[in-house]
Design a protein. Sequence first.
Length: 264
Amino acid sequence: MNIQYFPFDEQTCIITYYVADETISTLELDHYLGLDMSEYTENPSWIVVAATRKRYVKNSNWHVDIKFKFLRRANFATFTLVTPLMALAFLNVCVFLVPINSGEKGTYSITIFLSYGIFLTVISGSLPPNSLQISYFILFISILLCFSVISVFYTVLQSKIMAAVGKKKCPITCLRRRQRRLNKVSPIYNSFDHNAVDFGNSYTWEDFLGHLDSFLFVLFMFSALFLTSVVFAVLTRHVASNDLDSDVDPPTATSTASIRLTTS
């Protein structure tokens, strides 16, 4: 099976009829009644979008190929896999909105990471083992899993920085918000008073990490939206192109075959 476009994939099944130990001079195999799908019963997982037949000679023997094209019904996968995964992707971005000093940021990020691992295990178990094609949907989950790993690593590193130098002055001011220049009166502190704090110009590591959280939230949000749009545009475009390229009307349902024998 080609699982590249799962869960919006289309599969092709070919059934070949031939009679062994016979030749075209001793037996003629034909399918002159065409395809009769009147006895076909709708499948809950697949839709038969096309059914064709082809007769040809191979190894001095008649062969008849019945070719079926199946389109997966994606409603079940959409509501059980795609929708929860989209919700989980945006919950992963929200890890940067959790306050630094709340004590729940690390637990939140690790929980999201474990949820991605469970999703990847469930989906991989429902697909046949195939190394020839890689599903774009599995690749999408793997990229989101990498985003979750980055958020967990960032959370741990942020906690370490806060515990070590959280209240100290930060020399990195690239994310500092620009303040409007206003005429104001500032207190004058004794230069020998080491306990004095400059409330007007202090910029600590805690402030820097708070601004970095806001920046990463916007960056990860746009990255998740862009990645989601690209992946599902490729998947849905594949389905639309298959529907447009299909030159056979959808069948109405089992095929019947007939064999004509000639004596020699």
